[in-house]
Structure formats: C-alpha cells, structure tokens
Write a protein that binds this ligand. Sequence first.
Ligand code: GTP
Ligand code: MG
Length: 174
Amino acid sequence: SSPATDSKDLRAKLVLLGDSGVGKSCIVLRFVRGQFDPTSKVTVGASFLSQTLALEDSTIVKFEIWDTAGQERYAALAPLYYRGAAAAIVVYDITSPESFSKAQYWVKELQKHGSPGIVMVLVGNKADLHDNRSVSSQDAQDYAEKNNMFFIETSAKTADNINQLFEEIAKRLP
Ligand code: GTP
Ligand code: MG
C-alpha cells in the first residue's frame, strides 16, 4: 500500500487544567510558537490554539488545545472545555505545594466527569526553579502512578521537556 494510505492522521482535543500562575499558557505558547513570555497575563475564560506534531512513524497529530483559566472564579467553566477531550494536562508549579493540591483536585474531577479513557498527564512546571522546589519528583511520580497518569517535569522558560510532553501524549492517544 502507498505511504499516503499508511499515514494515520489524528485530531485530538486537549485541555490544560491547573491553578492560576502555574504556567499553562506559557507551556502552550512554548509548544505552539517556541516563545516564552515572562509577563504572561492571566487567562480569562479560556483560550484556544491548535498545533500539529509529526511523530517518528510519520503520523501527524493535530492538537486542538483548550488553555483554561486557573483563577477560582472560572472553575465552574472547566467542564465546557474538558468535555469530550481525548487528553488532559494537569499542571502544577514545582515550587508551590498549594498548586500540587489543586492538581489533585482536578485529577479527581476528571476521574469523575471526564471522558472515559481520557489520557491524563501530570506536569510539574517551572523545573528551572529547582532551587525553590517544594514538591518532590518522587511524590509526584508516586501520585501519578497511583492514578494511572504519565508524569513529566517541564520548563516553559527553558523549553525543557515541552516537546516531549506533547509527544508522550500523542503516543498514548487511542
Ligand atoms: P492562569 O491563566 O491564570 O490560569 O495562569 P497560567 O497557568 O496560564 O500561568 P502563565 O502561563 O500565565 O504563567 C504565570 C507566570 O509564571 C508568568 O509570569 C510566567 O512568565 C511564569 N512562568 C510560566 N512558566 C514558567 C517556567 O517554566 N519557569 C519560570 N521560571 N516561570 C514560568
Ligand atoms: Mg493562562
């Protein structure tokens, strides 16, 4: 058969959830535009971006990304964005234990109300701030394993592990 019929192109709705200020919008900006904005503004409601990713086996994945607002006042809107999502990225900031607790809240909500079989990824962002780390990688890894999630630490600032994050999601899509 021809290469054209062999290539399986995928579209995947993806949602980012997590406390305000953990770096969700910066992760998306880094992945989509290769940039970092140190003066990133809080997201209002949610924002939408799409980006394609070519995998090693030449599969093309088109991510349709919903970057939600982490401020508490927007929490009730979240179901609008995670409904029907193939994957969810739950983000915390490795310097903030409060943001790790908030991540666990989102994991529980997704387990209760997300699509069955949703691919869930736990992301510890701001890995460049390791001198101020207050969530250990081991604790996060243990939590992720118990909840059947992939875990990775990233830095939107340095770009560390950002592409790997989206590649790992693509590999796990049904
Ligand atoms: P909401 O839209 O309110 O939910 O916040 P958010 O999660 O989208 O946070 P945002 O991406 O706007 O980033 C918040 C702040 O953290 C900004 O000042 C960013 O510059 C900073 N930031 C984001 N990612 C990183 C990172 O990897 N390292 C460091 N050092 N700072 C980061
Ligand atoms: Mg944002």
